[in-house]
Design a protein. Structure first.
Length: 216
């Protein structure tokens, strides 16, 4: 066990300094001088004491301020920061810095579920078909104005058939990228309409429930 002693010089500066440097090996003495860098009167010191009695330090002009026992020389271990009481390990992610946030568990991982490469294919297909024969360019989101469901399902099936043919080595009326792009577009459009209806229906149910409640 190594014993580390924090001390302060308080009288006979030169004698005390000489005593420490003569009796404590340099590798065991960590001087912590004042900001100016000099070994000044009243400066704090940390000394790894080896067989030097406390009374001798006092006799030589050194006052012991704090005495601590450490397993290794001149090292201290930081205590882990106490976690706030409201942290639930099953619901929060705690970082080594002490910061924490809600856990990703049971949350949709869009970054993992989706592929930027697949979205590139869809984006290129959508942009290609914005340019009309009369030279005009339609808005990129005009499809969100609404199609009937069949207008998504039937073209989507034709694009899927083209993908299937090409993957089996048979010719098709469009390239594989266009077939995939059209298939993705129609699947995306139909999913958009179905989800929109679900949200609108849920909102209507909430409104009906609220209106049916008796007035307070």
């Amino acid at each position: 066990m190594s014993r580390v002693v924090d001390i302060v010089l308080y009288r006979r500066r030169r004698a005390a300094r000489q005593f420490i440097r003569s009796n404590v090996p340099a590798k065991d003495c960590g001087l912590m001088p004042a900001p100016g860098g000099a070994f000044e009167w009243g400066a704090a010191l940390r000394v790894h004491r080896q067989g030097i009695g406390g009374h001798r330090l006092v006799q030589e002009g050194v006052r012991i301020v704090k005495r601590t026992v450490k397993k290794s020389r001149m090292t201290t271990k930081k205590k882990p920061a106490a976690q706030p009481a409201n942290i639930d390990p099953t619901k929060h992610t705690v970082f080594s810095t002490g910061a924490y946030r809600d856990s990703n568990k049971d949350k949709i991982d869009f970054e993992g579920h989706l592929s930027p490469l697949a979205l590139d294919v869809l984006g290129r297909y959508m942009h290609k078909h914005r340019f009309l024969r009369d030279g005009s360019v339609r808005a990129s989101d005009d499809w969100q104005l609404g199609f009937d469901d069949a207008s998504f399902v039937k073209p989507g099936m034709r694009h899927f058939m083209a993908v299937w043919r090409i993957m089996r080595g048979w010719p098709a009326e469009e390239s594989l990228e266009d077939a995939f792009g059209g298939w993705l577009f129609n699947a995306n459009g139909l999913a958009h309409q179905l989800e929109k209806r679900r949200i609108e229906a849920a909102g209507k149910r909430d409104a009906d429930t609220a209106s049916a409640r008796p007035a307070a």
